[in-house]
Design a protein around this ligand. Structure first.
Ligand code: NAG
Ligand code: NAG
Ligand code: NAG
Ligand code: NAG
Ligand code: NAG
Length: 669
């Protein structure tokens, strides 16, 4: 009781200050002196990073200070263990960087935003580029400013593994995938008799299971950019940031960078790297392998970084490492390659890749035929690639899209799936590593689990999840066939969750027949009325026989996607929408649409038979949003035991880096 009372008192003391909840002056910088990498950062020995220092002088607002004049004489010292705190220039043997100055403004809270009264902050800053700490142990970095103020960051260089366990790493990301989704996918795709599944998901059968916490550096909900940054660099970051600590300057490319697992694999082992996604290939999850920017939306620059490195964009800020052109780049997003306003420099970037030795393919036929010895760029559609359900169950939906990756205005009807892309990528990487026997590193992303969950299209999302599971199963079989299974660490995880779960069954026929919105809800069966999966039941065995039957892909997919008795599912956060639990057979769902003022309302043509569900999100949100829950990690192969237990997202980077022995393991800093 006593400690609780004390805690309340402590809380009361700080309430008077800016609570920095909704809006932040600068995430990760509660004081007026900002130091990145911030407190609690762990490094892999030898991993490159930049340091960014900022001293803030708000000219107004609740933190107004020093007449708006920032201290320009701030200093940084670094202390290794119990040693002296040495000036950063001496410690790292670098020159003192130039002083930079800028001004930015932000809203302190929603009231300030409503009344359009931003707080303005003057900044003095410096950046130290391309540093590394190679000696394991504890460090303190101390920023001193305003004569006596101090911002301290405790850093740890983790003891690196001395022995490499895995030759190859195959890293699968189910974007936005939660255990609730895996359970739902199992329900609709695997037959159960008297509560006993007759077959299991591949993910269910992995050797090691863990959970990871996905929080951001400065918010507890992540996006796919900063969550991937954590998985690939071992550092927490801010929403939208790719492998940088977001600073307060306007330039998105001058923020403090962090070396990624793909860059480390290239630099320290020299092996081939693969990047596979069903999304636009410049999208956050693939981009975080190789790109560095505070703004994940800078697609043209991100594509340029794949080929030419981070130092090539917007000026001459040095960065000592890069992916040097990943050996395999497979995905969507042709608009960033076809010469035009959204390609790098407006140029034909297919040609730019070809000039660097890539074979380029535009469809599944080309993908299967291309040789395995050269680097391969495969771009299979404009925008995100087609969803598994549309490719496999409703292929007519691929027509009239005018999304051919060549830009000739035809439809991209011959798209590979995640499985075809991943298996081909394995063959290319395997061939390209042969000469030096380096092994390979690949990330393969089922991107549209997330994209379809956002639009509450549960069926398409689960179709993508089942395709991921099928891809993992096929990859394991293929690795066994080529004799690499025992050498390959396979990790399957997600970057964040969505608040999706199934709570019952739904009789879509009864639901559609009711006119009263409340009565439609009687079509939902809970507990004993939830019934059994209508998706795995053989056609004809349901009452009235009124199921639509589609070609089965074998036991690992539903035998039908449009049964009368579907699952009733809900979402932790949603816009105003209607719910009818019926698959949309012509296109992905669009639950809400903005009106003339930008306020999102029910889309009248979505789920026309459904009942109204009141939104729980601000009106500017047209879709569901990411959620808080921990996500699962499944792992097989050498080094996979390390993935058991409950840990932070950043630990995944260290576990993979240790399996590959990527740390420099030197006794000197
Ligand atoms: C701070 O100053 C700026 C620029 O003079 C002004 O636009 C803004 O409204 C001021 N904000 C507050 C909170 O006073
Ligand atoms: C490029 O750098 C300039 C100069 O620092 C900056 O003003 C601009 O905002 C940067 N561009 C982007 C897209 O970040
Ligand atoms: C695949 O791409 C190649 C190269 O652009 C093209 O010649 C071929 O017609 C395409 N095949 C299909 C089935 O779209
Ligand atoms: C039910 O479906 C089966 C298999 O498709 C068919 O042979 C049978 O005639 C159907 N029965 C009714 C009542 O429609
Ligand atoms: C599917 O989408 C189309 C186009 O938006 C719409 O007309 C139709 O009503 C939708 N179907 C369902 C079941 O929501």
């Amino acid at each position: 009781m006593l400690s609780r009372a004390t805690a309340l008192l402590v809380c009361a003391c700080v309430v008077g200050q800016v609570s920095a909840q909704t809006f932040k002056r600068l995430g990760g910088c509660p004081k007026l002196g900002c130091l990145f990498p911030p407190d609690q950062t762990d490094f892999l020995a030898g991993q490159f990073f930049d340091i960014r220092l900022e001293v803030h002088a708000p000219i107004n607002g609740s933190e107004v200070f020093n007449g708006g004049v920032p201290d320009e004489k701030f200093t940084l010292c670094i202390q290794s263990g119990k040693g002296p705190c040495q000036s950063a220039t001496k410690f790292f043997s670098v020159k003192e960087p130039a002083l930079e100055k800028w001004t930015f403004s932000y809203y302190e809270d929603l009231f300030a935003q409503d009344s359009k009264t931003p707080t303005t902050v003057n900044v003095a800053a410096k950046a130290y580029r391309g540093l590394a700490l190679t000696k394991p142990g504890k460090y303190q970095a101390k920023l001193k400013y305003y004569g006596g103020r101090e911002t301290v960051a405790n850093w740890v260089v983790r003891e690196p593994a001395t022995r490499r366990k895995a030759k190859n790493v195959l890293f699968f990301i189910g974007d936005g995938m939660t255990q609730a989704m895996i359970t739902a996918a199992r329900l609709i795709a695997h037959k159960s008799i008297n509560g006993h599944y007759q077959s299991l998901m591949q993910m269910d059968q992995m050797d090691n299971l863990g959970h990871q916490m996905t929080h951001s550096l400065d918010s507890f909900i992540t996006d796919s950019a900063n969550s991937a940054t954590s998985l690939y660099t071992g550092k927490k970051a801010s929403v939208s940031a790719l492998n940088v600590y977001a600073d307060s300057s306007v330039n998105s490319f001058d923020d403090a960078k962090i070396e990624t697992i793909a860059e480390l694999f290239r630099r320290r082992i020299g092996g081939p790297v693969g990047m596979v996604s069903t999304a636009v290939i410049a999208d956050a999850t693939p981009a975080a392998l190789c790109a560095h920017t505070r703004d994940r939306n800078q697609f043209p620059q991100i594509i340029q970084e794949y080929l030419l490195g981070a130092a090539s964009v917007n000026g001459t800020i040095p960065w000592p490492t890069s992916c040097d052109g990943p050996d395999v780049v497979f995905g969507g997003g042709a608009e960033n390659f076809i010469a035009g306003p959204t390609s790098p420099g407006g140029t034909d970037y297919y040609k730019a890749f070809q000039a660097k030795g890539y074979n380029v393919v535009y469809n599944n036929t080309g993908l299967q035929a291309v040789k395995n010895d050269k680097k391969v760029l495969g771009i299979f559609s404009k925008s995100n690639m087609a969803k598994w359900i549309d490719r496999k169950i409703y292929p007519a939906n691929l027509r009239n899209q005018k999304n051919s990756p060549t830009g000739d205005g035809t439809d991209a009807v011959d798209q590979p799936g995640l499985k075809e892309m991943t298996l081909k990528a394995i063959d290319v990487l395997q061939t390209r590593q042969k000469k030096k026997n380096t092994g390979w590193f690949m990330m393969s992303e089922a991107a549209s689990i997330d994209k379809m969950m956002h639009v509450l299209d549960y069926d398409r999302a689960l179709g993508e999840l089942l395709e991921l599971d099928d891809t993992i199963r096929a990859s394991i079989a293929h690795l066994k066939k080529i004799g690499e299974y025992e050498n390959t660490l396979i990790v399957v995880t997600a970057d964040h969750g969505h608040g999706f779960d199934v709570f019952g069954g739904a009789d879509t026929k009864y639901l559609a027949a009711q006119t009263d919105s409340r009565k439609k809800r009687n079509a939902i069966g809970v507990y004993e009325s939830s019934g059994l999966s209508g998706y795995t039941v053989a056609p004809g065995s349901l009452p009235n026989n009124d199921t639509i039957v589609f070609g089965s892909e074998g036991p690992n997919f539903p035998v039908q996607w449009n049964p009368r008795y579907t699952y009733a599912a809900g979402f932790g956060a949603n816009p105003d929408h209607r719910e009818g639990y019926a698959i949309n057979t012509t296109n992905p769902r669009l639950p809400a649409k903005p009106d003339a003022t930008g306020d999102n309302q029910v889309n009248p043509s979505d789920q026309p038979d459904g009942f109204f569900v009141e939104g729980t999100l601000p009106g500017d949100q047209p879709q569901g949003v990411h959620s808080l829950q921990d996500v699962s990690v499944f792992a097989n192969g050498p080094g996979s035991e390390a993935f058991r237990g409950v840990y932070n997202s950043v630990d995944i980077f260290f576990k993979i880096a240790d399996a590959l022995a990527l740390g420099s393991n030197s006794r000197h800093h």
